[in-house]
Structure formats: C-alpha cells, structure tokens
Design a protein around this ligand. Structure first.
Ligand code: ZN
Ligand code: ZN
Length: 160
C-alpha cells in the first residue's frame, strides 16, 4: 500500500511541529500495524520520554484534520479502542479475523467504482469511506473448520 510521508505533508501545509509531535508522527509513519493511542504513546516515549497522552491526542487530531490519517475501530476486536494509520493513496478494506486477531488489508478497483457509483447516484461528496470485514482468516478457517459453523449459533470462543 502506498502511503504519503506525513512529515513532508504536514510541512507542505505550513504547520510547525514540536519535537514531541514529530516523534508521534514518526511512530505512526513507521508502524507495522494499526496502533491505538496507548501503543502510540508507549512507542513515542521511547523517542521523547516526556510525551504525555494529551500530546498524542492533539497530534492525532491534527493529522485527522489534515486528512492524512484514518481512524478505525477494526470490528471492535479489542473493545472500544480506535486505531490509526497513514491514509493510503487508494482506499483499502480491512479484514479482521475474529479468531486470531489478524488484520489484513485489501484494495480493489471495484471498491473505487463503488464510491463513484455512490457519489453518482446520491450526489454525495464522499470524504471518507470505511469498509471492514470480520470473519476467519485463511489460516484460521483451515485450522479450525468448525469455526465457520459456529458462526450461525452463539459463540463462546474468546475474541482477541
Ligand atoms: Zn485468524
Ligand atoms: Zn489499514
């Protein structure tokens, strides 16, 4: 997935950054997975030990306002946490595995066409599109074939 360089984008918009905000942005940029505010704070503190939660939230708000990051809830696999990621050049769909907690990313020209169709038929000027799919990833579906059948009834398996 192709993603813009946040620090460059922010600078291009004339926003001045403190070292602390810069550290938070670098953590978001370099993240290998979708991170919530708590994990962002922890990782940012490894760079700038004095960063507090408010700085993390203010930086997230700034990046959201500039439409450089997306906020996700990833099927609430872990309760009410929100996760952040650098916007990709093309929107992608998130697939969340209820079994192992794995998150996969998928993009498709059909998804792009769907947005065009929505805008065309409704006149809606779309700013954000979010599609999440929940289920069992390929590995879990193969390892636990019964998982699929359980889906129709009540589930007792612990979600990660
Ligand atoms: Zn899985
Ligand atoms: Zn993603």
């Amino acid at each position: 997935m192709e993603r813009p360089i946040l620090l460059e984008e922010v600078a291009a918009r004339g926003v001045r950054l403190t070292a602390q905000r810069r550290a938070v942005i670098e953590v978001i940029q370099q993240a290998q997975k979708h991170l919530d505010a708590g994990s962002l704070l922890k990782l940012a503190r490894e760079r700038e030990p004095k960063i507090d939660r408010a700085t993390v939230y203010r930086t997230i708000e700034l990046l959201k306002r500039l439409r450089l990051i997306d906020e996700l809830d990833l099927m609430h696999l872990e309760g009410e946490k929100h996760y952040y990621e650098v916007k990709t050049r093309r929107d992608h769909i998130h697939l969340a595995c209820f079994h192992c907690g794995r998150i996969e990313e998928f993009s498709s020209p059909m998804f792009e066409r769907l947005k065009v169709e929505i805008a065309h038929h409704t006149g809606f000027a779309i700013r954000v599109t979010r599609l999440e799919v929940g289920g069992d990833c390929r590995a879990c579906a193969a390892a636990y074939p019964s998982v699929r059948e359980e889906d129709t009834g009540t589930r007792t398996t612990q979600h990660r």
